[in-house]
Design a binder for this molecule. Structure first.
Ligand code: AMP
Length: 190
């Protein structure tokens, strides 16, 4: 299996790129943000819980997120591999993912990180907010809080994967196609 963490701050383009890459490499794309939004739309218990956090731009608690992620992986038992988009976002999530995959005789092959400066990200998110219908994309203070969550809890995962020699940084500025090609070079080598 090829199991890849697609990493980067909010607005880096993870979802857009994962959409192309999943077809190119026949992988299952799991976006924890998308799963939460699906649950919110369908008014499930999980959705109601997640909404409180997402609306503020806060991370959803680890235990809830980890259990949901595991369930999504289990739903795709015959997958060729996974692109994890928006997960892990904390060190506990990364550790839980490592243990969970190891139990299956699997592992993360690499973390591919889209590197984009924060100024460009705010502009992208506000632009996306005009059409995405995402309340967390329309309010600059919520966007800032998402960056704060990213910088304080998520950015450390670079070191976590680097320590395992699994961190691959990719320049996330340019056309969508150019960026896909850059990521594909890394995927091919994993
Ligand atoms: P995203 O679509 O990846 O930008 O995620 C949108 C929101 O969903 C985040 O701001 C969090 O509130 C929540 N979320 C998504 N993935 C996670 C995660 N791995 N851990 C905690 N919260 C998450």
């Amino acid at each position: 299996m090829k199991n890849i963490v697609l990493f980067g701050p909010p607005g880096a383009g993870k979802g857009t790129q994962a959409d192309f890459l999943k077809d190119m490499y026949n992988l299952v794309h799991i976006s924890t943000g998308d799963v939460f939004r699906f649950n919110i739309k369908n008014k499930t218990e999980l959705g109601l819980l997640a909404k409180k956090y997402m609306d503020e731009g806060d991370l959803v608690p680890d235990e809830v997120t980890i259990n949901m992620l595991k369930a999504e992986v289990e739903k795709n038992a015959d997958a060729n591999g996974f692109i994890f988009d928006g997960f892990p976002r904390t060190e506990s999530q990364a550790e839980a993912l490592d243990v969970f995959l190891a139990e299956k005789g699997e592992q993360i092959n690499g973390m591919v990180a889209l590197e984009v400066p924060e100024d460009a990200l705010v502009t992208r998110l506000l632009e996306r907010g005009k059409t995405s219908g995402r309340t967390d994309d329309t309010d600059e203070s919520k966007i800032r809080n998402r960056f704060n969550e990213y910088n304080t809890k998520t950015a450390v995962l670079k070191d976590y994967f680097d320590a395992q020699d699994k961190y691959y940084g990719v320049n996330g500025l340019g056309s969508i196609k150019e960026i896909t090609q850059r990521i594909a070079k890394v995927f091919d080598a994993l």
